[in-house]
Design a protein around this ligand. Sequence first.
Ligand SMILES: N[C@@H](CCC(=O)N[C@@H](CS)C(=O)NCC(=O)O)C(=O)O
Length: 260
Amino acid sequence: MSDQEKLTLFTINMSHYSEKIRWLLDYEKIEYQEQALTPFIHALPMFIKGKRQRTTVPLLQHGDKYVQDSPRIVDWLAKNRGPLKTLPADIQDEIIEIQKRFDIIGKPIARYLYFTGFAYPALIKDIWTQFAKPWENVVVRTTYPIIKHLFKKMQRVNEVDVAKAEQKIDQEIKWLEQRLSDGREFLVGDTLTVADITAASLLAPLACPSEHPIYSTQDFREKISGSAKKWAASPALEWVRTMYTQHRGVIWAKTPRISS
Ligand SMILES: N[C@@H](CCC(=O)N[C@@H](CS)C(=O)NCC(=O)O)C(=O)O
């Protein structure tokens, strides 16, 4: 494979938007190397590579080019590694509509979970530094109070915005339940599509599927996702867990690379 064809996916371990693209690549059997970044240390390289005034992951590298933002990555993969079985042309518009809907609740979900999660600094630090190089580990742990302060400001982790996030999440969980109420397995059509992958991956931190190496841990379930218990037994989150059991496969079959 030429360097131009090789794909690298830049991620953060806890990121559900990263998981969306990781799942898509795994399911489509598109070869890639994952590169795991440490939160906050990720910001500058993502800002420079993405060239979109944003610092977010996931970001996909092909050759010396970069695509940032998960829906843009889906578009790029469809055009350059397609046709994708998860994006059949005849139902594409509906799939993209549902992708948009669940992309929107990713941030409210992160806001909602960090609000309670920040009460457990040791756990957050351990998760954030899972793939850290020694110097990154020191930086994140020693500057944690500053990082947390900045993060809370930037991601609007405060009582008012978290209350709004809770309403928004509840609304989307109800929408999903309504959609599934006719007993359908998939959100659109008869096979797994980008709509299912987006909805399931973005709701995964609330559903805590056993297949996910971070969201399935007892600490994550109790301390970070604990505040989401009221939705835990909902048919929507049950559906997320079923999607993971039946269609996710092994996460991190190939260990992510660490160097930047
Ligand atoms: N619209 C973006 C959202 C991505 C996003 O918010 N990613 C989070 C991780 S889940 C992130 O990178 N946060 C750190 C930052 O904003 O610098 C996408 O779909 O890729």
